[in-house]
Design a protein around this ligand. Sequence first.
Ligand SMILES: C[S@@+](CC[C@H](N)C(=O)[O-])C[C@H]1O[C@@H](n2cnc3c(N)ncnc32)[C@H](O)[C@@H]1O
Length: 270
Amino acid sequence: MKVDGRLPNLTDGDFRFIRELMVASSGILMADHKRTLVAGRLMPRLRALGLASYAEYVERLNSPAHSQERRLLVDLLTTNETSFFREPAHFEMLGRWVRQRNQCLRLWSAAGSSGQEAFSIAMTLAEHSPYPGWSIIASDISQRVMTQARRAVYPMSQAAQFPPGWLERYCLRGIDASEGLFRMTEPIRERVEFCEINLIQPLPQRLGSFDVIFLRNVLIYFDAQRKRLILGQVLDRLRQGGLLFISHAENVQGLALPLRAVQPSIFERL
Ligand SMILES: C[S@@+](CC[C@H](N)C(=O)[O-])C[C@H]1O[C@@H](n2cnc3c(N)ncnc32)[C@H](O)[C@@H]1O
């Protein structure tokens, strides 16, 4: 959209407002160099709303009548990159760990984006758990990715990292209009319950406690204080002897948490 032949400009003040709103609603810190990215991601929304400037968009975000727009902002500005069997060593470890446990297990993919992490966990359990009673909660702050996760439909190219034979065992290949897509099978889908959870807010009581928690590639977005608070409340939901998986790119050093390192980026709850 052009105004007098020029693209709208995201001013310092508008960027500051959006940044503060993001920190307040999601805890996500957006550095100065993210300004072009923010402007680019919001441009289609301005266009859809027929707004001529970011200032008008900020006005809308500011109005109490537009709380849904503030939710949408989080959807637009979160980075939801993920993939099946991302950091494969985690799933190898999970497979070995569950094989030794003939018991009911509850697992949580926290900030799991569009479901690939939760379904990778589900396939690993289906393959390795000697006990049939296991279930997974998959959560994220973004409504958009939760909708994708519930559909459980992905492009065939995303199956490239599957262990041999698992695509055939745990997925249905799309035909006709769905050619080039696959969907997780019903027995896998019904093991996963989806819900929106904002990790910077108190966790819902009904969430319960878990034997395994995946909290990967999300801690990087928070400052040290928030990171400590999030880890504190997440670990309150991890049973003693349970496992916490973070990303190889993250660390929990110096936070004095009740954890024992088992492998790089994998910890046991003390
Ligand atoms: C980069 S993805 C990581 C997905 C997956 N865990 C993985 O490692 O592949 C980060 C996810 O964190 C979510 N997120 C960001 N802030 C959050 C918050 N405050 N509460 C819950 N989820 C959040 C984003 O919506 C995004 O889907």
